[in-house]
Design a protein around this ligand. Structure first.
Ligand code: UDP
Length: 240
């Protein structure tokens, strides 16, 4: 499938039209941002890893019965996906306290949560993606009740599948962000699943005082070894 005009350029990806109106091509960049774009940098090789990893995750989830936007990988950085209308919600699932959850609720990073949690942010860069609840989402017309119910069910199902999957790679899935889209009346999992959007901790080696991050926290927190961490996750996934 051929790329035609560029439709959009985001922080980590570009989106191109194709000759099929139902499909677009996503092109993954090495650019990295954090803190709503305040911190900028490059993670060499990230685009290739995130493209391939996200596609593997989407295919794994499809096999578990979760509909996704994935169509076909073209090459190292480019993938054909369904042209969805993105639901303007960032859906965050957590298994272990970290990041903004730890700060907001005063719980040490690395504290296991008694149950997985879900939260929604209004996807809006100008507002800094504010946390909202489902009533806010309905009041703002961001999604319908049925869509929010479907998204919630799918997000927890993704969590169960991914937790199990990463356990076999000796990685604990601490938390992650999902985005969903509408395609021909159906809600499908969209965007990406990668070390940019998940917290991956080396299994069994952490407590509430220290952990080894294999994800974008190495960039956000200037921990060093950013490229190596992405490469390590990818190696465990594929053997490459
Ligand atoms: N996350 C993301 N994009 C965002 C915000 C969060 O992919 O714009 C992911 C992040 O990588 C982590 C999870 O969502 O895996 C929870 O992030 P948190 O709310 O703790 O925010 P942070 O501490 O990263 O500011």
């Amino acid at each position: 499938m051929e790329r035609t005009e560029q439709l959009y350029e985001g922080k980590a990806k570009k989106v191109f039209a194709t000759d099929n109106p139902d499909y677009v091509i996503v092109s993954y960049k090495d650019d990295a941002t954090a803190f709503n774009g305040l911190k900028k940098g490059t993670i060499s090789g990230k685009g290739v890893i995130n493209n391939k990893m996200s596609n593997l995750m989407m295919q794994m989830l499809e096999k578990k019965g979760i509909p996704t936007h994935f169509v076909e990988q073209i090459d190292d950085r480019n993938t054909v996906v369904k042209k969805v209308e993105i639901v303007p919600l960032e859906v965050i699932i957590r298994n272990v306290a970290a990041g903004s959850f730890s700060k907001k609720y005063g719980v040490a990073e690395g504290t296991a949560l008694l149950n997985p949690t879900i939260e929604f942010s209004y996807k809006n860069d100008d507002l800094g993606d504010p946390l909202i609840n489902t009533y806010h989402a309905l009041a703002l017309g961001l999604a319908t009740k049925e869509e929010i119910d479907t998204i919630t069910k799918m997000a927890f199902a993704v969590n169960e599948a991914m937790k199990e999957f990463f356990k076999h790679l000796n990685i604990d899935l601490v938390d992650f962000k999902l985005e969903f889209g509408r395609f021909k009346g159906e809600i499908v999992l969209a965007d990406e699943i990668s070390p940019d959007t998940c917290r991956f901790w080396e299994a069994g080696t952490w407590d509430t005082t220290k952990h080894v991050s294999l994800d974008k926290d190495r960039f956000r927190r200037d921990l060093g070894g950013v490229e190596d961490a992405y490469q390590e996750v990818f190696k465990r996934l594929t053997g490459e």
